[in-house]
Design a protein around this ligand. Structure first.
Ligand code: ZN
Length: 427
């Protein structure tokens, strides 16, 4: 994951353009990716797919002959979707097109003008304040013309066509935690899910430009999304070592929300559950718009917008770590494994009293139990007693995990053994 982040970091991405296709081609080396090209001008709900942007070069040459804010030095120097310029101007006019962060004078901000034609540069505030007065030569060489917006999709079929949606975005230039970490964790998660021997759910992974990409995907898949998506997660800012964070889906109490609570509560990493807030976050806002209201939450570490180098040149590959990525991947995978375990609902064949377990080789006939320090939740007999009591046709394994504090894998294994022993039937 770390290597993928470093490889993708130098590429200039946007909502559209060659950098996005190059990024998707690299993801496609390890993922069976199908690409969609959606033409500029296509209407998707209240939005229109924008023209395609191709940046080539940009710089400012001052009266001292020094070239500054060169695109070739950092992608963030050029305003995203900037149009071409090639002319001289005074410092006062130039300053109207320069963006900085006065409170972070050594970081270049991430600035875009997606939907209004404009030109501009971003630079360190310290550098802006040192610009000498005089005439400047400004050159920006880009094209912004009808083309298409590209996104990538990969489906891993399961036994049913009920789908789990994993969504992340591919539109940020040269920033690691937001958003290359999401790309990397999604690609690694795809390979883990692909290697699962048996899947109840089908899994749909999408790598899309944020906001407009999610809106376009939903517009193209409106009925499918409403009918098939059983659960989902957006991956964003999953590479640093901030606390594991699950932002609840808009409904807040869906199966995937309950699973997130369960998995995070058992994690040794710091963690938190946050409410669904429409004012910030990522594409869970589109999946959770009232017309869809899908059971899709957001998995992150540091929340987008809350870490110091967010949306700046400070969000470098040094900010994300192997441990950060791995903790996110493990959590996402455990959530999926729990969802899979909970897809089978068992019921006692004869629900009267506890069955005689030692007869059925379900427990050892000799045992020493319940001594001080004994971990009830790790005892296979405890898991067995829980499933044999609560598999009544009303409760699923997730209900039992919540009631019992017994880990889901232990409950799933106990239920399987009781099923093999003829005590449970599958509903
Ligand atoms: Zn962002």
């Amino acid at each position: 994951m770390q290597a993928l982040v470093e490889r993708l970091y130098p590429i200039c991405r946007s909502l559209t353009g060659p950098g996005n296709r190059q990024t998707l081609a690299i993801i496609g080396e390890s993922v069976d990716l199908a690409l969609t090209e959606l033409p500029s001008g296509t209407e998707v709900f209240d939005w229109v797919i924008p023209d395609e942007w191709t940046p080539r070069s940009a710089e400012i040459v001052g009266p001292d002959g020094v070239a500054r804010a060169r695109f070739k030095d950092h992608n963030l120097h050029l305003l995203g979707c900037s149009v071409s310029v090639d002319r001289e101007m005074d410092l006062a006019e130039l300053l109207e097109h320069i963006y900085t962060l006065p409170d972070e004078p050594d970081l270049i901000p991430y600035v875009v003008s997606y939907y209004k034609r404009d030109w501009g540069f971003a630079m360190k505030d310290r550098e802006k304040r040192a610009l000498p007065p005089g005439r400047y030569r400004v050159t920006i060489d880009t094209t912004l013309e009808p083309g298409s917006m590209t996104f990538g999709e990969a489906v891993l079929p399961g036994r049913t066509d009920r789908e789990v949606l994993i969504s992340t975005y591919v539109c940020h230039p040269s920033m690691a935690n937001d958003n290359l970490s999401g790309i990397a964790v999604a690609a690694a998660l795809y390979r883990l899910v692909a290697s699962m021997p048996d899947r109840h759910y089908s899994y749909r992974f999408i790598w899309i430009p944020e906001t407009i990409g999610a809106i376009a995907w939903l517009a193209l898949n409106q009925d499918h999304a409403k009918q098939k998506i059983a659960a989902g997660m957006v991956l964003s800012c999953v590479g640093d070592e901030g606390p594991l964070t699950w932002k609840l889906s808009r409904r807040g109490d869906t199966e995937i929300d309950r699973i997130a609570r369960l998995v995070l509560a058992r994690s040794d990493l710091d963690h938190r559950i946050t409410p669904f807030l429409p004012a910030k976050g990522s594409d869970e806002r589109q999946f959770g718009s009232p017309g869809f209201n899908l059971p899709v939450g957001l998995l992150s570490r540091s929340v987008p917008g809350e870490f110091r180098s967010y949306h700046t040149s400070g969000d470098t590959p040094d900010l994300v770590t192997a441990e950060g990525h791995a903790g996110s991947l493990k959590t996402a995978y455990e959530m999926i494994a729990t969802l899979e375990s909970n897809s089978i609902r068992y019921k006692r064949i004869d629900p009267h009293c506890e069955p005689m377990l030692s007869n059925k080789r379900l427990i050892q006939s000799v045992s020493i139990r319940n001594r001080p320090g004994y971990d009830m939740t790790a005892d296979p007999l405890v898991a067995l007693r829980w499933v044999l009591n609560y598999c009544d046709g009303e409760h699923d394994l997730l209900d039992i995990a919540e009631l019992s504090d017994v880990p889901m894998p232990a409950l799933a294994s106990a239920a399987q053994r009781a099923h093999q022993a003829g005590l449970l039937t599958i509903v």
